[in-house]
Design a protein around this ligand. Structure first.
Ligand SMILES: Nc1ncnc2c1ncn2[C@@H]1O[C@H](COP(=O)(O)OP(=O)(O)OP(=O)(O)O)[C@@H](O)[C@H]1O
Ligand SMILES: [Mg+2]
Length: 374
């Protein structure tokens, strides 16, 4: 996505909301397509040719799901507090925004982003702000350099539970007498009106707010290196269509599973799949009906959507906590919107099991068996 530089924050927010809404709307039918395709593929009476066609349907809709996922994570990139986000992706996007400035300055860019740094719970907008400040400083430093190579090295890697991000330039470097002060608010060596001296102090505050550290190293005449150590905060385990295929999962023995989803197709998919696996499914389209029926059901697990008309998945979980505490431990959240602030906060607080829509039915069976027998 390219945005005009003069887009106002309100424009951006409106665009983000719209994209998130579109992604959500596409995700629901995709979930049904993937669900039915998985049900079909599980049949043993299909001719080989049909299996191949269905496999193509599955692969293509997974491709669609990836795109939708990308759109919604991009849309959520503004504001917010703690969301699941991908550090490499944010860094790559920030570099992209600066690409023109970097090439106009004649800078050789060396970008080395380790894949799968892992998703972490963070504020993606704030992280982007930090990367932006550091890259801006480096570019400004390189612009002051009159001879020799101008190069900028940006790297992200994972070391244990920490993401290490380094931004290294071959600019003039930082004078030793300034080193102790560069992170102070309003410390700047720029000419009057050029800089506020706030970039680094703000960055340090943001990184500290995420439990991390930021440090500078420099040799005058050779350049400066800024290093961020950011602890990786594991989101609750999320099962999605990308999950590993399951091994052998023991079938159910008539255990009652409560399903709450306002999409008829989802209820149908859950019912057919789980009953095919030996469970008994009681499906409801809203939380109120489920709550009313619960006392008579001796349910062994609850699978619920988050966004529902009327009471939400959060309300249902809270009700279970107070009235059926054993069942609260056997709660599985299904959501197409795990990146939204509301849902990711719920997951972080409760650490409930989550299935991200669209989902792999085999993984659901596996998780359900785990939960019921633990
Ligand atoms: N990569 C760098 N190379 C050399 N000096 C740097 C580098 N990054 C920061 N500095 C020094 O640290 C000072 C403080 O940086 P900071 O980003 O906080 O403020 P600023 O860039 O001066 O102003 P602002 O970011 O508010 O526009 C800079 O004025 C500069 O002297
Ligand atoms: Mg700055």
């Amino acid at each position: 996505m390219t945005l005009k530089e003069d887009a106002s924050p309100d424009d951006l927010r409106a665009l983000g909301d719209m994209l998130a809404g579109v992604a959500h709307e596409i995700n629901n039918p995709l979930t049904s397509i993937l669900g039915y395709a998985q049900l079909l593929l599980a049949r043993t009476d299909l001719p080989e040719e049909a299996r191949e066609d269905i496999t193509s349907i599955l692969e293509e809709s997974r491709r669609g799901a990836k795109i939708v996922h990308g759109i919604s994570s991009m849309a959520r990139r503004r504001g917010g507090k703690r969301e699941i986000c991908d550090i490499s992706e944010i860094l790559a996007d920030t570099v992209k925004i600066n690409a023109q400035r970097i090439s106009q300055t004649g800078i050789r860019l060396d970008l080395s982003l380790e894949r799968n740094i892992g998703r972490t719970m963070a504020d993606p907008g704030q992280l982007q702000q930090v990367f932006m400040n550091l890259i801006t400083n480096a570019v400004q430093a390189l612009q002051r350099k009159n001879s020799g190579e101008r190069s900028l090295r940006i790297a992200a890697r994972q070391r244990g539970e920490t993401a290490v991000i380094t931004i290294e330039d071959t600019g003039p470097g930082i004078a030793p007498e300034h080193m102790a002060r560069i992170f102070d608010p309003f410390f700047t060596t720029r000419e009057r009106g050029q800089g506020m001296g706030l970039g680094l102090s703000l960055s340090r505050a943001i990184i500290a707010g995420h439990g991390g550290t930021i440090r500078a190293e420099s040799r005058v005449g050779e350049g400066a290196t800024f290093r961020i150590d950011l602890p990786i905060v594991e989101p609750a385990p999320i099962m999605s269509y990308e999950a590993e295929p399951a091994g052998k999962t023991p079938p159910g023995k008539g255990e009652v599973i409560v399903v709450v989803d306002d999409e008829r197709t989802n209820r149908d998919i859950f019912k057919r799949f789980l009953e095919g696996r030996g469970y008994r499914v009681e499906a409801f389209s809203n939380v109120e009906d489920a709550i009313q029926a619960l006392p008579g059901l001796s349910a062994r697990a609850v699978i619920s959507d988050f966004k529902l008309p009327g009471k939400t998945g959060r309300d249902l979980y809270a009700h279970l906590g107070s009235r059926h505490p054993d069942l609260a431990k056997k709660f599985i959240l299904i959501s197409g919107d795990v990146l939204s602030e509301e849902v990711s906060r719920f997951i972080e607080e409760t650490r409930v099991a989550v299935i991200e829509k669209p989902f792999a039915l085999d993984r659901l069976a596996e998780r359900l068996a785990d939960i019921i027998h633990r």
